[in-house]
Design a protein around this ligand. Structure first.
Ligand SMILES: CSC[C@H]1O[C@@H](n2cnc3c(O)ncnc32)[C@H](O)[C@@H]1O
Ligand SMILES: [Zn+2]
Length: 434
């Protein structure tokens, strides 16, 4: 087996024991095997070693994007400046209904190129035509946690069909692509899935032993309608339906009361914080400092490029570090170190991926290299501060996932970016004209 040794680099590890290592990192197969200070000593008579001089490079764990809908790239810049319900029902859903499986494949590939080039090594996708998404993940080399999102506002036969499809997809793809794909069950939201349908999805998640991913409490309107319709706020409603009896990741969680935070704590529910999408749709600002103080696991997601409008996790981490300071008046509300952890280690934990999100011997080799020689990386002071407050996706030069390089010198090695962009634009024009 070839051993890759990246030497003379700066490694921002995400590991509390050794946050920064100036030295070398060895990778064998899909794992990091060594991460040590100083010069690489070599080994007597060593062969099969690929040595990479990383002078001027800064390495960190790849970003973990815990919520999104990759194929919605087609709707980037379409339906801007609207609130969630109007945006969904008048702009997104009518156009998404026209997407073919092939459209989803190509849209997902475009988003994967964007994510990988921007330093994301793991992403969550909740969508339709998920076989195509899984194939795109397999081909690209990225890691993903995938779920067929189901909306139950339809006749019973269609509900059944969607649920069966979600079950089949989740069963068939879990652990595939060398273990890079895992799956979840995903009722879209309490306002799009009737209670009995959610209960059936929960039952399926129990049978498959899989987590649940769901949008929850994104807008005030949705919370008020939940109370009006079911007499409960969303957290109590989903608790009653058994959703939190499974490992669960909720997207958004913007409008939560103290009692709801208590419910989420009781079940160790994970929260994907999507600040960019929440700001753009004017949904509000999640109580992240309170969620963190309560001991909840909070990670970062972009949501789709139709509500963001990019998939840049540097931006999401910076927004998380900035908006909670602005809203609370407390400059320590979300420090840079916390924003970094939310986008990396806590993202991985939120997805039940214990072997990624941190650079350390024994972990999966999911990491990114940044050009550390750009002006905004000076002075050489606090690297985490520079990553959160100064860096951007364009600084990423190299990406490895599961020990394989997927981006080199800013070029995607596994996918043909130019071909994907050309096909994407052709398909976009077809979708809009349909
Ligand atoms: C059933 S597939 C996923 C579904 O989710 C929709 N969606 C995209 N962004 C959001 C959001 O911020 N809140 C709720 N739903 C969202 C998307 O349009 C798909 O139909
Ligand atoms: Zn979403």
């Amino acid at each position: 087996m070839t051993r890759l040794v990246i030497e003379n680099g700066v490694f921002v590890t995400g590991d509390a024991v050794r946050p920064v290592v100036k030295g070398y990192m060895a990778v064998e197969g899909d794992r990091i095997t060594e991460l040590e200070e100083g010069a690489y000593p070599g080994q007597p008579g060593e062969s099969n070693v690929q040595r990479l001089d990383a002078r001027g490079k800064l390495f960190m764990p790849g970003w973990v994007n815990t919520h999104g809908h990759a194929a919605m790239a087609y709707l980037r810049g379409y339906g801007d400046d609207l609130a969630l319900q109007v945006w969904l029902s008048e702009k997104m859903w009518p156009n998404e209904a026209k997407f073919t499986a092939e459209d989803v494949r190509c849209g997902t590939l475009l988003s994967i190129v964007e994510m990988m080039k921007g330093g994301t090594t793991t992403f969550v996708d909740m969508y339709d035509h998920m076989d195509e998404v899984a194939k795109a993940v397999e081909e690209s080399g990225i890691r993903a946690v995938l779920a067929r999102g189901v909306i139950g506002l339809c006749p019973p036969e269609e509900q059944d069909r969607k649920l069966q499809e979600a079950i089949r997809f989740a069963r068939e793809w879990n652990g595939k692509a060398d273990g890079r794909i895992t799956t979840m069950m995903s009722p879209h939201a309490p306002y799009t899935c009737p209670p009995d349908y959610i209960e059936r999805i929960v039952q399926a998640a129990h049978e498959l032993d899989l987590p649940i991913h769901i949008h929850m409490s994104e807008t005030i309107r949705e919370v008020e309608e939940n109370v009006a319709q079911y007499g409960l706020r969303p957290a109590a409603h989903l608790e009653k339906l058994g959703v939190f009896g499974r490992p669960c990741l909720i997207a958004h969680g913007v409008h939560l009361t103290d009692d709801e935070i208590d419910i989420l704590c009781r079940y160790d529910v994970r929260i994907s914080h999507n600040p960019g999408s929440n700001l753009k749709l004017a949904s509000g600002v999640a109580r992240v400092p309170d969620l963190l103080a309560a001991g909840l696991l909070v990670s970062l997601g972009t949501d789709s490029s139709a509500s963001n409008n990019n998939l840049d996790m540097f931006e999401e981490a910076r927004l998380a570090a900035l908006i909670h300071k602005g809203v609370s008046g407390d400059p320590t509300a979300v420090p840079a170190t916390v924003a970094f952890r939310m986008g990396t280690a806590d993202g991985a934990k939120s997805l039940w991926l214990p072997d990624t999100g941190v650079l350390k011997a024994g972990m999966k080799a999911d990491f990114i290299g940044l050009d550390n020689n750009r002006p905004h990386f000076y002075p050489r002071t606090d690297y985490v501060s520079h990553i959160i407050y100064s860096a951007s996706a364009g600084d990423v030069t190299d990406v490895w996932v599961n020990g394989k390089q997927t981006v080199k010198n800013g070029e995607c090695l596994t996918l043909d970016e130019e071909k994907i962009k050309a096909e994407f634009q052709r398909r976009y024009e077809g979708i809009i004209g349909r």
